[in-house]
Design a protein around this ligand. Structure first.
Ligand code: GLA
Length: 727
């Protein structure tokens, strides 16, 4: 429920008309965001957090100013949406732009309106050189979408240096968590106390990167999956970016800390000619008083409400990369496709190696023609076979990239994104997608192949950082390139409305809600080792629902870590995502093929629940163990994985709380062992497990916890809870 703006009668306010106070109250699903004019007449966030009633607002406004401090400006401090030094804000400004003479500052409000769901505020600098329009919308999941558009009103050139959506946080938000990582180890959480100063996470990689900050969370001390008040931000952008958490000794008005993000712009990168505009990426903010799981639930609700969100059952796929690498031939791949269909695969994806000159990763990128030496009759024979077997056909591309050893690079060296010096990475360069002719050329090539080979799914890869040098003032290099990439996705989707696309970037280096406007899943990581994968998926899932996260079962020995893992552990791990296989099944034993078939059957049984339910994760379980699950929206069913990744010092099996169930319901508890029995590090199971087929427990008892078996390291137990009782 949202309440509408209290502005003037005509729902508009002119800042210069009078200084009437106004309040905008955006309110949805337990969250309120309240804006009011500050002492300078600018809109400021006076509250972001728990839902308030309109009756609360007078009191909130009456208490929205701090004391006037010693050795400080002589008025109460404030933090408005256009905070900057001219208003006594000595922290990072929200807007930074200049013309040839001056920094543009001293913003005043010129327009404001709201329909109760969205608020728009227009401000101009003192010289009326630019107008910046801030838009805030609270969606169905109570995610606040914030974006800013700047227009050059002057006859002069204006450079935009930074545009950030910043939100204030209360003093109790004092612990910070975000992510870092590297290839095969994405989404590694890091935590620290919030201190005075600025915690900036930047990507100058032309993509978010393996070390992307991904989701920045600031919460009450010790916030965990289930406990604590948490404020979070994600930037829906696939180019250069920065997120920040900043605390000044003097705070931010009555708030303490600031959280936000923006595109990271090079000096002069975004220059605005007269009447030109710049629109910032959307920054998404979420608040929860039920820990990280509460933030996750809000993002998942929001993401699942998007019109383009994939709603059909997520097909189980087999990807050929780790099965055959560049070793393509029709017989091998037909054989693999036949076995795939037999074990229950629904989508067969031909990875890298099918196009002209691509016999290794040193050549061919850019030459998007089927390699006739390897595929003399094109891809149709394979694609037709795959379709005849009842599977979809998928194909790998890396559209933004070009190998110097390619016909494209030889013909169009001017299409390569300018670098000084030229740095090859995986023997490749980046095409400049800010050039329309490049976008058109690549889109046409993909279009051609997709139509000719009957492609249902594209794995769209991006295997290097950009080290682009700026092409001159206003060249909008990485900014325009990123928009060019988005246009390419959009055009391919327009031409092939039923095509699905995966965003891959050497694994999970481009897994953001910008790219997910045009894609249907992300490849979370090139690592299929379940020990690593448990963590990668757990943390990727803080933002993205499992149906958008590619998760594959590989062979017993992981190709990237060389660790060995039991099939049951690999299978349970990959179940909690958009599942697939990445395995040369031609070498799998009959026993393994039977186990894989049992797994694909189980995936088909459970995916309706897994891809629509609420993600929950247990807190304070023994070190070396993880408990995570998915609970159906009506809480009548849930699947949980009890996982041990390593040994620990705990020598008993205390009750482990099963979170997220309905305490009033009774649940039948079953251990699902279709994919194998998890091996134990104990003499005997807890007694309840002996006759588990009969066991029914109330949600209230399960909330107190179940003693679970002590597993050996590298094992996972799958628990299935079903309830016939009404809540
Ligand atoms: C990247 C991807 C892999 C695979 C290879 C192919 O590394 O992350 O999954 O597609 O490229 O070259």
């Amino acid at each position: 429920m949202t309440s509408s703006i209290k502005l003037h009668a005509d729902q508009k306010v002119r800042a210069d008309a009078d200084d009437a106070a106004f309040t905008v109250h955006l309110r949805k699903a337990g969250t309120s965001v309240v804006f009011a004019r500050d002492i300078f007449g600018l809109p400021a966030v006076v509250h972001w957090g728990a839902e308030l009633s309109d009756a609360d607002l007078p009191g909130l406004l009456a208490t929205s100013q701090p004391a006037v401090m010693n050795s400080s400006i002589d008025i109460p401090r404030t933090f408005s949406i256009a905070a900057g030094r001219t208003f006594g804000w000595s922290g990072t400004p929200t807007l930074k732009a200049h013309d040839d003479d001056v920094q543009l500052e001293g913003f005043t409000l010129v327009d404001a309106d709201s329909d109760g769901a969205e608020a728009r505020f227009a401000v101009r600098d003192a010289g009326e050189t630019v107008e910046a329009v801030f838009t805030y919308r609270l969606d169905v999941g109570a995610i606040l979408h914030a974006s800013i558009e700047i227009e050059n009103l002057s006859p002069r050139w204006v450079d935009v240096d930074a545009v950030r959506a910043l939100m204030p946080l209360p003093a109790r938000a004092s612990e910070l968590m975000d992510f870092t990582g590297r290839w095969t180890h994405e989404r590694h959480p890091q935590r620290s106390e919030v201190r005075d100063g600025t915690w900036i996470r930047s990507s100058r990689r032309g993509r978010p990167g393996h070390d992307s900050s991904f989701l920045t969370l600031v919460g009450t001390p010790g916030f965990s999956f289930r406990v604590g008040e948490v404020w979070a931000a994600h930037i829906a952008w696939s180019g250069n970016q920065e997120t920040l958490v900043e605390r000044l000794p003097e705070g931010a008005g009555v708030h303490r800390t600031v959280l936000g993000a923006g595109e990271l712009l090079d000096a002069g990168e975004v220059g605005l000619a007269p009447h030109d505009t710049y629109r910032s990426p959307t920054v998404m903010f979420a608040w929860s008083d039920t820990g990280i799981d509460g933030i996750t639930a809000r993002f998942h609700t929001s993401i699942r409400s998007r019109p383009q969100h994939p709603r059909s059952p997520r097909p189980l796929l087999l990807n050929t990369w780790e099965a055959v690498y560049f070793d393509h031939d029709l017989d091998t791949l037909t054989n693999l496709a036949d076995i795939s269909a037999e074990v229950g695969v629904e989508r067969f994806v031909l990875d890298d190696g099918w196009f002209h000159g691509r016999r290794s990763d040193t050549a061919g990128l850019g030459d998007w023609h089927v390699d006739k030496t390897v595929w003399p009759d094109g891809l149709r024979p394979l694609s037709d076979r795959v379709h005849a077997l009842g599977m979809q056909f998928g194909l790998w591309f890396e559209p933004e990239m070009v190998n110097p050893d390619s016909d494209l690079a030889r013909e169009h060296p001017e299409w390569i994104l300018r670098e000084l010096p030229i740095l090859e990475s995986r023997h490749q360069h980046v095409l400049d997608f800010s050039r329309e002719e490049v976008v058109t050329f690549i889109v046409d090539r993909l279009d051609d192949i997709i139509a000719a080979a009957g492609v249902d799914f594209v794995k769209w890869d991006h295997n290097r950082d950009l080290h682009a040098a700026l092409g001159g003032r206003g060249s909008r290099q990485v900014h325009s390139h990123t928009h060019g990439v988005y246009r390419a996705f959009e055009e391919i989707r327009r031409r092939h409305p039923h095509l699905e696309i995966e965003s891959c970037a050497s694994g999970g280096a481009r897994a953001d809600l910008g790219i997910l406007q045009f894609t249907d899943r992300v490849w979370a990581s090139d690592c299929n080792d379940p020990v690593e994968r448990q963590q990668i998926q757990r943390w990727t899932q803080t933002l993205l629902p499992p149906e958008l996260i590619g998760a594959h079962v590989g062979p017993a020995e992981s190709h990237t870590t060389h660790r060995h893992a039991d099939f049951s552990f690999r299978a349970v791990t990959a179940l909690f995502g958009h599942a697939g296989l990445e395995w040369d099944l031609r070498g799998a034993s009959a026993e393994e093929l039977t186990a894989i078939t049992a797994w694909t059957t189980l995936y088909r049984e459970l995916r309706g629940l897994l891809h629509a339910g609420t993600t929950v994760r247990g807190d304070a379980v023994d070190s070396g163990t993880l408990l995570h699950g998915i609970v159906s929206p009506d809480r009548s069913e849930a699947v949980f994985a009890w996982v041990r990744t390593e040994t620990s010092t705990t020598a008993h099996s205390p009750r482990v709380q099963i979170p997220g169930l309905d305490s009033a319901r009774s649940y039948r508890v079953r251990v699902r062992e279709e994919v194998g029995r998890a091996s134990r590090h104990q003499i005997a199971d807890p007694a309840w497990l002996d006759d588990s087929s009969e066991l029914t427990l109330t949600g209230a008892v399960l909330a107190q916890g179940l003693p679970l078996p002590v597993l050996n390291p590298g094992q996972a137990l799958l628990l299935h809870f079903t309830s016939d009782t009404e809540a």
